[in-house]
Design a protein around this ligand. Structure first.
Ligand SMILES: [Zn+2]
Length: 415
């Protein structure tokens, strides 16, 4: 009887990993880290047959090299852009581990081993692993992100990775309906709420950009390198204001542009990126602060990266604004700032005079879309992961007649 074991991401956002034992093959579905604490998933027992990697972000990919370190020698399946972005993010993570004085979780040669063992998947093509057949579907979350359906021993198990069912500036929406799914393992980051209308959020950001710049201020946009950097650029590029890109978002955008089919409209992205100024070295930062502008800089949850510099230089200026647009995990600098109004990081503990606003541009689906997805797909079992309010949501789904589960890490469920 096929069975899954939750290795990470049970009743929490981050370090997602699921072991799927089909009876003939053993799959690892993602193997991420908790981005704030670097906590890793439960170690699976070797041997394993394959790792399926849904996308590049570290809460999904962050400990894949760790599996190679512990002796795994098989393949890892993902899209080309996922692998190129993972290489970037994993090497950066290694640097951050070093800077934070953490004993490295893996070595550069483990990342190389992962790169050597990569198997590139494409939409619409089926991958054969032993007697199992793996289908690949676009998940609409970030460039390269996919959902997998594993067909094995007459069962169909779907793993969404992170999924989004609306079109964004950058990505086309994922499909809502899949056939004959026995078990659906889905992310549930926003199972507790609905996102605001996308166009309203975009209008609000443009409005803030205009107000800030007319007040001679600077709009700071700390954000994730993969996905959100490009999304914000696409929303703001045609306002005609100078936009500066700083940090890993620059290289990430270049990688994404080398896979034109991974985004909704490559020409718009090329145009927006072409017009933006790139900060190549830290010595260039000071000069841009003398005039009003928009700065999109890497550091999704404010913990590290160039954003620290900009906050130090601009926090006293009332005519500047910082917009936080991503999910802020508990315990991060960004979460604390939103909860308490204080920026506590790198020896600073300040209450910024600049305006701080949160706008929801999530690339994760929300409560109502998840329910629509479940109704259209009608899976035999629903397993909720990658969310910190999954038990409540499972209850709600049970009342609607679904066979829903909110497992904790270590729990096993029969398919
Ligand atoms: Zn995620």
């Amino acid at each position: 009887m096929p069975e899954i074991t939750i290795l990470g991401g049970g009743r929490e956002v981050g370090r997602l990993s699921v072991l799927l034992e089909t009876g003939t093959e053993k799959f690892i579905l993602d193997h991420g880290i908790e981005v704030q604490s670097f906590e890793m998933p439960i170690k699976p027992k070797l041997p394993l047959d394959a790792i399926l990697l849904s996308h590049a972000q570290l809460d999904h990919s962050g400990y894949v090299p760790g599996l190679y370190k512990s002796g795994y020698g098989g393949n890892v399946y993902g899209t080309g852009v996922t692998f190129d972005l993972s290489s970037l993010l994993l090497r950066d993570s290694l640097k951050i581990q070093d800077r934070n004085g953490i004993e490295p979780m893996y070595m550069a040669h483990d990342i190389k081993e992962m790169e050597r063992k990569k198997k590139i998947v494409e939409f619409g093509r089926k991958e054969h692993v032993g007697s199992s057949v793996v289908e690949v579907h676009s998940s609409g979350h970030v460039p390269g992100s996919v959902s997998f359906i594993i067909n094995s021993n007459q069962k169909r198990v779907m793993f969404t990775g992170d999924i989004n069912f609306i079109d964004t500036q950058l990505m086309k929406a994922a499909a809502l309906s899949y056939q004959n799914i026995d078990m659906l393992i889905t992310e549930a980051t926003y199972s507790h709420k609905n996102h605001p209308e996308r166009t309203a959020a975009e209008d609000r950001l443009r409005e803030i950009a205009q107000e800030t710049i007319y007040n001679n201020g600077i709009l700071l946009l700390p954000t994730f390198a993969v996905g959100r950097t490009q999304e914000l650029l696409l929303i703001l590029h045609d306002l005609g204001f100078p936009i500066y890109l700083d940090g890993m978002g620059i290289t990430a955008t270049e990688v994404i542009m080398s896979y034109p089919e991974s985004v909704r409209n490559i020409e718009r992205l090329k145009k927006a990126f072409g017009k933006a100024h790139k900060i190549a070295k830290s010595s260039q930062r000071e000069a841009i602060l003398s005039k009003p502008c928009i700065v999109i800089t890497t550091a999704g949850m404010l913990n590290g990266g160039p954003i620290g510099y900009y906050i130090k230089r601009l926090h006293k200026r009332e005519n500047c604004t910082m917009v936080i647009s991503g999910f802020q995990v508990e315990g991060t600098v960004g979460r604390k700032l939103l909860d308490t109004g204080r920026y506590i990081n790198e020896g600073l503990d300040i209450k910024p005079n600049m305006k701080v606003e949160q706008i929801d541009f999530s690339a994760h689906t929300d409560h109502d879309h998840l329910i629509e997805f479940f109704k259209k797909t009608n899976p035999g079992k629903i397993v909720l992961v990658h969310g910190d309010r999954t038990p409540e949501f499972a209850q709600e789904l049970k009342h609607m007649g679904f066979d829903a589960y909110a497992p904790a890490n270590g729990d096993k469920i029969k398919v």
